[in-house]
Design a binder for this molecule. Structure first.
Ligand SMILES: NC(=O)c1ccc[n+]([C@@H]2O[C@H](COP(=O)([O-])OP(=O)(O)OC[C@H]3O[C@@H](n4cnc5c(N)ncnc54)[C@H](O)[C@@H]3O)[C@@H](O)[C@H]2O)c1
Length: 333
């Protein structure tokens, strides 16, 4: 069994990942999170947690230990990595829009924060470091994007994630730390209610009876990957042999327009008894990539991973979960 440190474990991806790790490979999971967007309750849904002060980390007494703190704190990073076998670094500024509003804050969290945990992992002799990167590193290019496409980020968020990938590469090649950078597609699924990603926002608005807002004409494309597929990929990356220093696209290899997403979501909403949502078209946003989907053959070859959950099925599960979480019942028409 293995001791995992998961930064950013109280958000969307963290709790699902931790549930999977505890079921399969982890005896304990330590979480560092500043609760800026995450919530303790998200973790409490997974297992009983022990909360400790960031300045007083000790060997965990429960299966999940949480210390509230910021990843820009280098001393905390050093202490948090001690006695850990695997670090999974999820904590970050997670969006394009906030990175445009405040590029400095994005840089501090995503570049310095990642650097701190690589340094902590190196000092502690951690065996594996998995970094949550993003397709946004590559920027505007003719899709499908893959690991050999030259990266030219459009947004500060893409740039800061690319810097994280660069440090992962350097720590693998210079210090022998087995880093694996995973470029997630557009992740959706249960637990994403707080997110500003398109699926989460559309479901929130549909539940509130508000129109779904499309920036541009709806022809922009994304690669939507379901949370269970994603956490399975992270688990594989935390254990697979011979992948130190590598980068992987983790997505479905399917290109879906936002217009098609609206159709599929409307079907999933209808299956739960919700009326068809209205649509509102707004101006295109700066920094937004027009077409984006990934070639995932490298992950299939080296991690033995590919996505399994179809978009209609994933949306059905997500809508059902969100309706239960919000205690929403469809309006009687
Ligand atoms: N969700 C997606 O579609 C997606 C796509 C590509 C990449 N990613 C990456 O995956 C990771 C996890 O994303 P998520 O969707 O779970 O996001 P999230 O916002 O739900 O979770 C991030 C967690 O990190 C914490 N956090 C943020 N800044 C922190 C800081 N400075 N110090 C300590 N904790 C901090 C937050 O409180 C939150 O609990 C991020 O690195 C994100 O960039 C996500």
């Amino acid at each position: 069994m293995t001791a995992f440190l998961v930064t950013g474990g109280c958000g969307f991806i963290g709790p699902s990942l931790i549930a999977r790790l505890l079921a399969d490979r982890a005896n304990i999971v330590r979480v560092i999170d500043d609760l800026s967007t995450g919530r303790v309750e998200n973790l409490q849904r997974v297992a009983e947690i022990e909360t400790v002060a960031a300045g007083a980390l000790r060997p965990p007494r429960r299966r999940i230990q949480l210390a509230v703190g910021n990843i820009t704190d280098a001393k905390l990073a050093e202490a948090a990595c001690r006695d850990m076998d695997v670090v999974i670094h999820l904590a970050a500024n997670t969006g394009v829009a906030p990175s445009i509003e405040d590029p400095r804050a994005d840089c501090l969290s995503n570049v310095i924060g990642t650097f701190n945990y690589l340094e902590g992992a190196r000092a502690a002799g951690v065996g594996r470091f998995v970094f949550a990167s993003s397709g946004a590193t590559v920027g505007e290019c003719a899709p499908p994007i893959h690991e050999l496409v030259p990266a030219r980020p459009v947004s500060p968020y893409g740039a800061s994630k690319l810097a994280g990938e660069a440090y992962c590469s350097a720590y693998a090649r210079t210090f022998g730390l087995a880093t694996v950078a995973l470029r997630f597609g557009n992740v959706y699924g249960p637990g994403s209610e707080h997110k500003e990603s398109v699926v989460a926002k559309f479901i929130r608005r549909a539940f509130a009876g508000q129109p779904l807002q499309i920036y541009g004409d709806g022809a922009q494309t994304r690669d939507f990957v379901y949370i269970d597929d994603l956490t399975r990929a992270i688990e594989r990356a935390s254990a697979a042999d011979g992948v130190g220093g590598e980068v992987f696209q983790i997505a479905t290899a399917r290109e879906t327009t936002v217009g098609e997403l609206v159709e599929a979501l409307s079907t999933a909403l209808a299956a739960e008894g919700f009326p068809r949502p209205r649509i509102e078209f707004l101006d295109r946003r700066p920094g937004e990539v027009l077409r984006n989907f990934a070639d995932t053959r490298k992950a299939a070859a080296l991690l033995g991973w590919s996505a399994e959950v179809s978009l209609p099925e994933g949306l059905r599960r997500t809508v059902r979960w969100a309706a239960q979480a919000a205690k929403k019942v469809p309006a009687i028409s």
